[in-house]
Design a protein around this ligand. Structure first.
Ligand code: CAA
Length: 296
């Protein structure tokens, strides 16, 4: 295991490329957009600078990490000779099925195809390929360089050998992998998203206000961020789509997305990525203030 491809240069993709490169893997970061790739390299460099400043790594480590990352806009030329591909494209079923069908055609026979999906069925993704035994979920948490967990999701046909390989690869990144089976929301989001949805219901019903709800969970339960702040950080559109996958998959009312969440996503209030959700981030994430919508 030496050559790793990462598909998608967004928040998750750049974090995944960063940690593989820092652990000595040769990384090919692939995205259709040259601008997104340049932005990802700048973000990785900034995050490495922060680690150098804190004396967690040396300048040489930073240079080596950046030298291990190569950027590509054309998937066909990038995937030959890869041992593992980690797909971190948009959380959209059609996009993922298309990417996996292409990867199956283009990649070497031995290449393991991983997805960083937060909720889409690994078994479904694998059905777009002729190598379902080599398709697996490798779910990193945001911010990837900081969070220790990797949720390793076995699809219906994922082999023991591939699962064991990905468990070992995750450990080599200094992460803690946990093996789970392929059911809606897996484990992380099956537990996290109902909590976030319940926090939004609590707000919607007027039980308490935004900052009060977050304070209860931060100071009462020692969460590093309150659930409404965390929802903004994850993206309200992502939270909604995960809840919809669980609502469809289990047919249980307890996963029904709160109408306020649906309204906010429809109105384009997606959290940090659109500068406004429950909080307003127009002056940066460090200077967040309550969104005008919720300050009345
Ligand atoms: N990249 C690299 N390092 C980062 C970073 C980033 N994007 N953001 C923060 N850090 C580092 C900082 O350098 C700092 O390092 P030290 O401890 O060595 O000083 C550390 O993380 C803490 O950062 P800050 O002091 O700036 O900020 P903070 O104390 O408020 O922590 C946080 C920020 C780590 C994001 C923390 O608030 C936290 O853990 N929040 C919860 C995050 C979470 O729950 N993530 C999972 C979301 S769910 C998901 O991802 C999966 C899904 O499918 C939806």
């Amino acid at each position: 295991m030496k050559h790793i491809g990462v598909i998608g240069a967004g928040t998750m993709g750049n974090g995944i490329a960063h940690i593989f490169a820092q652990s000595g893997y040769n990384v090919r970061l692939i995205d259709l957009s040259e601008i997104a790739l340049e932005k990802a390299l700048a973000t990785i460099s900034k995050n490495l600078d922060r680690m150098v400043a804190k004396e967690k790594i040396s300048e040489i480590d930073k240079t080596n990490t950046l030298n291990n990352i190569h950027i590509f806009t054309d998937m066909s030329s990038a995937v030959k000779g890869l041992d593992l591909v980690v797909e971190a494209a948009n959380e959209n079923m059609d996009i993922k099925l298309k990417i996996f069908s292409q990867l199956d055609e283009l990649c070497d026979e031995h290449t393991i195809l991983g997805s960083n999906t937060s909720s889409i069925s690994i078994t479904k993704i694998a059905s777009a390929t002729q190598r379902a035994d080599k398709v697996i979920g490798i779910h990193f948490m945001n911010p990837v360089p900081v969070m220790k967990l990797v949720e390793v999701i076995r699809g219906y046909a994922t082999s023991d050998e591939v699962t064991n390989t990905i468990m070992e690869v995750s450990k080599s990144l200094n992460k803690v992998p946990v093996e789970v089976n392929d059911y809606p929301g897996f484990v992380a989001n099956r537990i996290l998203m109902p909590m976030i949805n319940e926090a939004i219901n609590t707000l919607h019903e007027g039980v308490a206000k935004v900052e009060e709800i977050d304070t209860v969970m931060m100071l009462g339960m020692a969460h590093p961020m309150g659930p409404l702040h965390l929802a903004d950080f994850i993206g309200l559109d992502v939270c909604l789509s995960i809840l919809e996958v669980m609502y469809d998959g289990f047919g249980n009312q307890k996963y029904a997305p709160c109408p306020l969440l649906v309204n906010m996503v429809t109105a384009g209030k997606l959290g940090v990525k659109s500068s406004e959700g429950f909080y307003d981030y127009s002056e940066g994430t460090k200077n967040k203030k309550l969104s005008a919508q919720f300050s009345r």
